[in-house]
Design a protein around this ligand. Structure first.
Ligand SMILES: Cc1cc2nc3c(=O)[nH]c(=O)nc-3n(C[C@H](O)[C@H](O)[C@H](O)COP(=O)(O)OP(=O)(O)OC[C@H]3O[C@@H](n4cnc5c(N)ncnc54)[C@H](O)[C@@H]3O)c2cc1C
Length: 444
């Protein structure tokens, strides 16, 4: 199969720019062989490599990445590794109870797996910390949403705490939020620091990582697969595809994957005076009570004290978004920042970027053996930091012939359902997103 599209994400990989120079892995050159080939060094690919090395320590594992580690979506997200499914507060929640519990089990196993990796590879707290996260409400509607979310969590027996406006101000320094709902399970990562640490740790256990090595074709011959890049080729009996939405570029799950882009801006480092004026805790992380609102993080550590605003979304079936969108949505992020932090209104954004994300209509993963010896762990449906890690871990178990209750949970998921034809899908998705952003009001 010929690969029809290669990954493109607009704007700089901002998290990575805060860090010292990263390890440079070579590009694939010449002819190579390995027992296992993993394509795509995101959360799923790195987790698959770690799990394969745990299960088959003597086997050789090669990992091919089209760009640099931490430059793709895995290094561009907001860093929330979330345990509970997002749709807990939906009106029809009752029918979803069993599936939500299954997703929570998978996400928690992924968080534990990442915690073990962080420990094994000696990663700092800044890279991975189990701090929980808060669903912040800036409107009465948001408060209502949090109340019903709280009722669902109580039904599930999940611990959580409702916060009032004063507690939100104590945490964030702003009186913008009327309340919040804190859940203790999520971990927060510095995405680039975490995945660079994962890659370096894996390289230390004998995984061969190749960067700047986009796979342009994949072919099965005489019982083994051969992947070609511009500089070389590599053959392996088993291949794991961890390219998220680019599974479609390899010819799989056609018209079943929804390709969207998310956008974010990061401030310049705050000065000590601005930090004092702002107040609040040095590190915090809030998701919006409305799904199309703004996710906000305050970070401190390598790269200084900064605030990150993530909002706006576009539907891009062509799997690319342009720099104009990054700039246009950057202005929306400036407004969201100014509304929340008028006390430091002189602070400007230093980095703006976008990144690809893959969903399916029925919230199902693109997971399993898709051809003889070819496995997919793609389509993470929004909670990709946790779900990408879970699907990477579990595809390694499936491919290595291992069974486990968690793998059974994953295999119980449905396949991604078919999308309507274009331009219907484009019209439907774009109208839903624009309307959702409009009705999000002050949550945006
Ligand atoms: C701005 C933004 C904020 C987000 N915030 C969050 C968040 O806070 N929490 C959360 O859970 N999720 C978040 N996400 C989503 C999350 O980043 C993704 O779901 C996650 O990265 C998916 O991981 P993955 O490993 O499956 O795929 P990816 O991270 O997309 O990795 C796939 C890799 O495959 C490589 N690849 C593709 N094609 C080829 C090829 N032909 N050859 C070789 N390599 C190839 C790509 O370069 C890429 O590195 C966010 C996303 C964005 C863009």
């Amino acid at each position: 199969m010929k690969v029809t599209r290669l990954p493109v994400d607009p704007g700089p990989p901002a998290w990575n720019l805060l860090l010292p120079t990263q390890t440079q892995y070579p590009a694939l050159a010449g002819n190579k062989t390995a027992d296992w080939l993993i394509i795509g060094a995101g959360f799923a690919g790195l987790a698959a490599a770690r799990r394969l090395k745990q299960l088959c320590p003597q086997d050789t594992v090669a990992l091919l990445e089209a760009r640099r580690v931490a430059h793709g979506p895995t290094g561009r997200n907001s860093g929330f590794m979330i345990d509970l499914p997002h749709n807990l507060a939906s009106d029809d929640y009752g029918g979803e109870l069993e599936r939500d519990a299954r997703h929570a089990r998978l996400n928690r196993a992924a968080i534990d797996f990442a915690a073990d990796a962080a420990l094994d590879y000696g990663l700092a707290d800044e890279a991975f910390v189990r701090s929980g996260k808060t669903n912040a409400a800036a409107t009465e509607k948001g408060l209502d949403h949090n109340k019903s979310y709280s009722a669902h969590l109580t039904k599930l027996g999940e611990p959580h705490e409702l916060l009032d406006g004063a507690q939100m101000r104590e945490m964030t320094g702003t009186s913008y939020y009327l309340g919040g709902l804190h859940t203790p399970g999520p971990a927060m990562i510095q995405p680039a620091l975490f995945v660079r640490g994962m890659a370096d740790g894996l390289a230390g256990t004998g995984v061969d990582i190749y960067e700047n090595s986009p796979v342009t074709s994949l072919k099965r011959d005489a019982g083994s697969w051969t992947a070609r890049t511009t500089g070389g080729r590599i053959s392996a009996a088993n291949v794991v595809l961890t390219v998220n939405g680019h599974a479609e570029s390899f010819g799989f799950f056609n018209r079943r994957l929804i390709h969207i882009y998310l956008y974010a801006s990061m401030t310049r480092p705050l000065t000590p005076d601005e930090v004092k004026t702002l107040g609040g805790a040095p590190r915090w992380a809030v998701t919006p009570a409305d799904p199309l609102g703004s996710t906000i993080r305050r970070i401190s550590g390598t790269g200084g004290d900064r605030i990150i605003v993530r909002n706006r979304v576009t539907y891009n079936p062509g799997r690319c978004a342009n720099e104009n969108a990054v700039q246009a949505f950057g202005r929306s992020q400036d407004r969201s920042f100014a509304r929340r932090f008028p006390m430091i209104s002189g602070v400007t954004m230093e980095h703006r970027w976008g990144g690809q994300l893959c969903l399916s209509r029925n919230d199902a993963p693109a997971f399993g053996e898709i051809d003889k010896g070819l496995y997919a762990a793609c389509c993470q449906n929004g909670l990709g930091v946790a779900k990408g890690t879970a699907s990477g871990m579990l595809i390694a178990e499936l491919a290595a012939g291992k069974t486990s209750p968690l793998l059974d949970d994953m295999l119980a998921e449905p396949a991604p359902s078919r999308l309507p034809p274009e331009p219907l899908a484009w019209l439907g998705a774009t109208a839903t997103m624009r309307w959702g952003e409009f009705t999000a009001g002050r949550e945006l």
